[in-house]
Design a protein around this ligand. Structure first.
Ligand code: GDP
Length: 511
């Protein structure tokens, strides 16, 4: 603006900005725009939505009716712990091998397809219920699953997590089939389960409702074929359709991702639209992939993946995050541009977040200083500083009598091998800290630490926590120069311990 600091601040004060006037306060877009305008500049706001080319999913109305063909249902399993979710999934997975469909032992890629014994139709099961990826997809309002199998043990009936699952089912409006499990057990009481479910607003067919209930045993296989057929029946009623035509751009979701020695980044993608073929280019979040090869859950190479098929894909430039939407780009050039647009947008959004958290810290510091000054003032007049309590409301934790105001904030950045572990670490760390010491995770991500991680750590005085990722030599050197602390861990428990110790060390010693 070419004005002196004092002039600027007095003008800002007259504009009503005195609240956050410190020399190091970073102004947001709106405020800086207002000020520039006040000084007679023409303001051009950069729109985060229009930074460059990007991809969007094809709207269903834009897919020609005649291309839409029935597709296999995508099914997930929910229920209380120990009610038999894993057992049922294992049974289904194994049964697909017994049928001789696949030659080998199934690999865990996050999803698998099963051919039903009677109707010979396909069902796709997601075998990572409660996975962080699904929470993320749900947050974005994406419902990948068509049908939820609600598993309830016949010897235990409706339990807290059953109720949680029911809440989710009601909220998303997803279709449900009840599997009353463990019916082989002597003390099984499936009638009670059905009664309890009815009381919990599941409209069971046994009481004239629409929700199918099947009495199964994941252990013995009792009625598992019936369960599969009821899924098919329901999916036919639902009239699930997608286009597998090559002209329809491919869409899907990243279900899982990992780095594998000698292969680099691998990701399981569940295709929901179009047919993915070797050589196609797809974008997921901030990375893209020219498909080099694809494998199914039996480890078998496949050349094409039509809708509802889960495939492990090789050829990613960088590891995509589980829960990301996958969209096809017409060529690599466009994919690169789209990734650039998204990275630019993400870094701008990060900058905004950094600024917000820095400002927050500065405001707290400022309040702290003001508070201390007031306390000193009161002392001069022989008054007790507890008189300040009402006045200083909102200055954060810390009791007024000891003169400490606002908690110490310890910042962290987390980088880990796979997105699942990053989420798990964030979850377990979030509960740490107390009124005096607050833990703040600036962000978490997948992969080795980068220069931009270092810069941001330096800016916010944060510690970088690495989990199962290697430290590049140059980053190590730079971190040393910048005095940024980086910790490497391979055991989550040790990581949590180290953080706990660091937080405790910041606590004021008790007298
Ligand atoms: P999850 O926590 O819901 O995945 O439950 P699991 O599949 O791990 O099952 C919990 C326990 O119940 C295990 O010991 C299983 O062997 C047992 N179990 C699961 N299904 C059945 C069943 O149909 N019958 C019997 N008798 N035991 C079962």
């Amino acid at each position: 603006l070419n004005v002196r600091y004092e002039q600027l601040t007095s003008r800002l004060t007259s504009m009503g900005f005195e609240e956050n006037l410190t020399h190091n306060f970073i102004l947001d877009q709106e405020t800086s725009g207002l000020i520039a305008d006040e000084y007679g500049f023409e303001v051009n706001y950069q729109d985060l939505e229009n930074l460059g080319p990007d991809l969007k999913p094809t709207e269903s109305k834009d897919i020609p009716e005649k291309l839409l063909k029935p597709r296999p249902p995508i099914v997930t399993i929910m229920g209380h712990v120990d009610h038999g979710k894993t057992t049922i999934l294992d049974y289904l997975r194994k049964s697909s091998i017994v049928q001789g469909e696949h030659g080998g032992i199934t690999q865990h890629i996050g999803a698998f397809s099963v051919k039903t014994p009677v109707s010979k139709k396909l069902i796709t099961f997601l075998d990572t219920p409660g996975h962080a990826a699904f929470l993320k997809m749900r947050e974005r309002g994406a419902v990948v699953t068509d049908i939820v199998i609600l598993v309830v043990a016949a010897d235990d009936s409706v339990m807290p997590q059953t109720k949680e699952a029911i809440k989710h089912i009601k909220k998303t409006g997803v279709q449900v089939i009840v599997a009353v499990n463990k019916c082989d057990k002597e003390n099984a009481n499936p009638d009670k389960v059905i009664r309890d479910l009815a009381e919990n607003e599941i409209d069971v067919e046994d009481y004239g409702g629409e929700v199918q209930t099947v009495r199964v045993s994941g252990l013995t296989g009792l009625n598992m074929d019936k369960l599969e057929e009821s899924i098919i029946t329901l999916s036919e009623i639902m009239d699930l359709k997608a286009s597998k035509d090559k002209k329809t751009p491919v869409e899907g979701w990243v279900i899982e991702s990992k780095t594998q020695k000698g292969m680099g980044a691998l990701a399981t993608v569940l295709i929901t639209q179009g047919t993915l073929t070797n050589g196609d280019v797809i974008v997921a979040g901030g990375t893209y992939c020219k498909v080099r090869s694809m494998k199914d859950e039996a480890g078998k190479i496949v050349k094409q993946a039509p809708p509802s098929t889960p495939v492990e894909i090789w050829g990613w430039k960088e590891l995509p995050e589980a829960g990301e939407l996958v969209l096809q780009a017409k060529d690599e050039k466009l994919a690169k541009q789209v990734v650039e647009t998204r990275q630019l947008r993400a870094s701008k959004e990060d900058q905004v977040k950094d600024i917000e958290s820095l400002n927050q810290m500065r405001m707290e510091e400022k309040k702290d200083v003001e508070r201390r000054e007031k306390i000193e003032e009161l002392k001069k007049y022989g008054l007790d500083s507890s008189d300040l309590e009402g006045e200083a409301a909102g200055s954060g934790g810390g009791s007024a009598s000891d003169g400490s105001a606002g908690p110490v904030v310890v910042n962290y950045i987390i980088k880990s091998d796979v997105s699942g572990s990053a989420e798990a670490i964030v979850e377990s760390l979030e509960n740490l800290g107390n009124e005096e010491v607050k833990l703040n995770i600036l962000y978490s991500g997948v992969g080795a630490p980068t220069e931009s991680d270092l810069e941001r750590a330096e800016l916010a005085n944060a510690t970088i926590l690495l989990f199962n990722v290697n430290m590049p030599k140059d980053i190590d050197n730079k971190a040393y120069q910048k005095q940024v602390s980086i910790q490497q861990h391979t055991v989550i428990y040790h990581l949590i311990e180290a953080v706990t110790e660091e937080l405790s060390s910041k606590l004021a010693p008790t007298i």
